[in-house]
Ligand binder design. Sequence first.
Ligand code: SF4
Length: 92
Amino acid sequence: MPDRNDSVKENIPGAYYVDSSCIDCDVCRDTAPDNFKRSDENSYSFVYKQPENEEERLKCEEAVLCCPVEAIGNDGEDGKKESESVKPTGSQ
Ligand code: SF4
């Protein structure tokens, strides 16, 4: 489970973050390259830009779900956790 208090220092402030349990596997950078980057100095990923549109947000959510060690967190715009309540668009 991602831990906001353990997030890496390079994260840009906002809902999404990467914590120190990242194993540098490349999945998030591949899934959401507009939002995740690698710290070559420290060998982990971090959020360098928060999603700015629905497409980026969906890719970030996919990265959250695909991260093998659950290192990516999403506190939501207002500090609420959103990742556990995401529903496919179009469903009721
Ligand atoms: S998917 Fe998870 S473990 Fe892999 S690089 Fe991204 S944050 Fe790190």
